[in-house]
Structures are given as C-alpha cells and as structure tokens.
Ligand binder design. Sequence first.
Ligand code: ADP
Length: 244
Amino acid sequence: MIAVQSLYKKFGEVEVLKGLDLTVERGKVVVVIGPSGSGKTTLLRCLNILETPTSGSVQIENQTLDFSGKVSSKEIANFRRLTGMVFQSYNLFPHMTVLQNVMEGPMTVKKEAKAQVEEKAKQLLAKVGLADKETVYPFQLSGGQQQRVGIARALAMEPKVMLFDEPTSALDPELVGEVLRVMKELAEEGMTMIVVTHEMRFAQEVADEVIFMDDGKIVERGTPDDIFKTPKVERTKQFLRLIH
Ligand code: ADP
C-alpha cells in the first residue's frame, strides 16, 4: 500500500530525514514513536507532500513520486488526495459550521454535488459521534469534539491512508479517550493508518506495527510486544525507559 524508499529531507543545511525506508501493507496501523526532533512529523508531512522531500521516492497504491527527478505540481495535487491528515491543532475553519467544515474539501477540491457531499458529511459526523453538532461553530466545541470533526473532515475526501500527527497531544487528559476511540474504530474498519503518538496504550492495543525513529532514521520496528517488551536496540531501550 505504501512504499517509501531512501527518503531524505533537508531544511537548509539540516538533514532531518536521512535515508528512510518504510513499507506499510493495506489495512495496517503503524504507530511511530521517538524523541522530539527525530523527524516523525516531517515523515508524515513528506507522505502527503506538505513538505517536498529532498530525494527518494514515495509510493501509495499505484501512484509513485520520485523526488530524485522533477515532480509536477499536478502530480503532487493528485498524490495528496490519497492521504488524509489529522493535525495536533485541529486546524478547523473557524468561520464555518461543523458541517461546512466537513463539506469544504469535497465541494472545492473534488467538485462533488452539494446534496451528495452533505449526506456523506452527515454520515461521517454521526460516525464520530457528533450528529447533533452539525450547525455549531468550532469555538463552541471541546478540543476532543474539534479533533473528531478534524477526523471526519479528513475522511470526507475518501483517502486511502490516514495520517495522524499527535492527534491527542493538545487535549486535556479526559478528552483523549474519545478521540482514540474513533481512531480505533477506523482501524477496525480496515483503514490504513500511520499514527505519530505518545499514547503507548493505544499503540499496544491498536498498532500492527510500532516504529521507533531517532535522528531521521528508523532504528527499530516490530510488533508492539517486540518494541515495548523486548526491544533489541539500545537506543530504543533508553527511550522507553525515559517515557515510563
Ligand atoms: P518530531 O516530529 O520527531 O518531533 P520533526 O519532524 O518535527 O520531529 O522535526 C525534526 C527536525 O526538523 C527538528 O530539528 C526541527 O527543528 C526541524 N524542522 C522541522 N520543520 C522544519 C522547518 N520547516 N524548517 C526548519 N527546520 C525544521
């Protein structure tokens, strides 16, 4: 489903991703952990080309972008539709209602018919438990509710892969569970997901695979039990000792 090869990303002189290879099978949930600054967010942003990789290639389904050569903005726009991204800071449109937020992408980017988009948006809001919030504005919602709108909005574009960048980090502790529950349901429905998170219990319960990143590279990958119970690389062991 996803194949990343030799991915490099530099910001000026600073090399943040240092030749990263990653494959993810369809329907799998991959949780990415690692210290701050190790390149986790940059990896996600390179997967939907919010950042342009310096070199390497990214493949999702049957579309491949090879950044060793020239890549057109049209190719990037098409490629971006394959992924839905959920950010730490929700990023909802403040002047639009919840329903309008979810409808915006399919209406403007995909130019789908309004009635059809509206019906789908309503279904998605029901799915994330917000059927009764269609007409309110983001500021009237809790952080957990806003993030669930963020998930519905990403899903409205019918992506093949969902990318989550620390989706619960900005939330008060009592609101984390409702967002993780929606993500877990999505995983159970067979969505392919890459999740950057510090929620180790979520990783343990939901991930098919956990990836430990450090210094722009994947240091170790394995099942949650492999990584959390029997990590092999010293750097992984150190990191896990620090967070426990
Ligand atoms: P993580 O998500 O693991 O905390 P990031 O991918 O956010 O790591 O960042 C990795 C490194 O890249 C950090 O040192 C960060 O300062 C740097 N970085 C990220 N984005 C930019 C940018 N737009 N310009 C310059 N440096 C950046």
